[in-house]
Design a protein around this ligand. Sequence first.
Ligand code: SF4
Ligand code: SF4
Length: 412
Amino acid sequence: MLAASYANHRNRILMLRKFAKAELNRLLAHLRSLGFTVLGPKLEDEAIVYGQVDSLADLPRGYSDSQQPGKYRVSQAEHQFYFEFNLGPHSWKQFLFPPRVSLSTAQLDATGWTFETPHQPAPKLAFLGVRACELAAIAVQDRVFLHGPYVDPIYQARREAVLIIAVNCTVAAATCFCTSMLTGPKCQAGFDLALTELDDCFVAEVGSQRGAEILEAITTESATPPEIEQAKVREQGAVEQIQKSMDTTNIRNVLLDNLEHPHWDTVAERCLSCTNCTMVCPTCFCSSVSEVADLSGEHVQRIRQWDSCFNLDFSYTASGTVRNDRRSRFRQWLTHKLASWHDQFDSSGCVGCGRCITWCPVGIDLTEEVAALREPPISNRRLPVIEPPPTICHLPRSPVDPHAAISAEETQ
Ligand code: SF4
Ligand code: SF4
């Protein structure tokens, strides 16, 4: 019925349903019966990360987080909501573009080498709690891995098997700036279902035929006008909490026209080249491939793993490392993300999730770096310090002052 209605109308208002919170347990059980492993937010090691969620009890109910440049804290709050927190260090990238995969193997035996490409069936995953900026990040990686001249078969198989239950943010962290990047905080597209959590129910927006079908497995009703209004008020609460912004006007040219701006030196003095910003970023996609032999030398694996433009050897070519200082590596990261990404993929590489700000150990904030790069260059070359000449006092001193005689002699 609901699925047929979706097929016929595809009208957002018609497709706003509500269900009691306990029904989410039945939805998770239904997804498991369809063969999905459900992944969602969990509290682990004092952070909210993504892992297997089997029931509502696994969700970080009643927890909130606070974030600042270089700071992240989770704490128990006074509310009893299941999704009243913002993004942790994990992104969904790890499940679609895994940090380490085996591409091929080679085995030596008496007859010689045998080469194999392991068949890697894509796991059937359901993502629960995907935020608006993360939907945008998945869309960015789709452009990179699926819509360019080369399709990545590992990403493609995993992406096609994923079901997405998004959640609209109702609070924002101090590091969020999705409103500047036009990616949130309300989920617009790319989901099967999108939930907004109210006090005693979820309002669900159906975003696909598959979303309509899974919703039929639980008890739902049409959301009432007051409930729809309450959902809007809660979503607007997140918009109003967003304090951070980035001016994206003409940003491509601003960055590429300022490759010698002295601010690159200033930020390089702080950057540790630790790679944290690229590891937590949901859109960064750099990887390297290496061949690893076991101790016998008879079994070799070709491994692809996440890499980072902050690593010294990432830009190593035949004659040496191209970007051999932190200034050039930080500049490469920021200009690729916010400028040349537009040339390659017709969009920004940043979705405003704020993770790179929170997880940078020295609190480097790309929104502030962009603002500084917009300022006219001021040379940061330090001028030599010129010592002032010693003061010579010509006033007569008291004759009883023993130093007065010395001064008098010295000035003769
Ligand atoms: S660059 Fe930073 S704010 Fe932008 S998407 Fe990546 S982690 Fe998020
Ligand atoms: S900007 Fe921050 S997180 Fe990124 S490499 Fe430098 S110190 Fe590490």
